[in-house]
Write a protein of this length. Structure first.
Length: 140
């Protein structure tokens, strides 16, 4: 049981780094109202479909991923995390890093905090990882 959304998110990224399907599915809510969208992929909805999508990814081994710059918006029963994922892949020329924007949504239920949505999309390679350029300083 995850007692905070941050704990659930940490387990999500640990599952990716270890290609641990059992841990990955413990992070996700058990209902059919869950959605996962991978960069350039189709919308995957429902527990079985999400399980099968992660199984396909993990068949290729662990995913080297570093989540950075989280923006967290929480309420009593839900939490939305918008962040940058730095993904490192092995290439013939050596490791290469790509960036994705990700949105992770968590809901609190009887069994603690669970993920109900993960949506990742390509981000520019030169996104300012350490700066604050993607955080507006004025509200319009």
């Amino acid at each position: 049981m995850f007692t905070t959304p941050q704990e659930a998110e940490q387990a999500f990224y640990q599952a990716l780094r270890q290609a641990d399907l059992a841990l990955m599915m413990r992070v996700w809510a058990d209902d059919e109202d869950i959605v996962c969208i991978h960069p350039g992929g189709v919308r995957v909805a429902g527990h079985v479909a999400v399980h099968d999508a992660w199984q396909q990814i993990f068949n290729n081994g662990p995913v080297v991923i570093n989540p950075v710059q989280p923006l967290i918006m929480s309420s009593v029963m839900s939490s939305v995390h918008v962040l940058i994922e730095q993904i490192t892949v092995k290439m013939a020329q050596g490791p290469k890093t790509a960036n994705c924007y990700a949105t992770n949504v968590f809901h609190k239920g009887r069994s603690g905090w669970k993920m109900v949505m993960h949506h990742a999309s390509h981000a520019p390679q030169d996104v300012d990882i350490l700066g604050l350029e993607d955080r507006p300083d004025t509200l319009h």
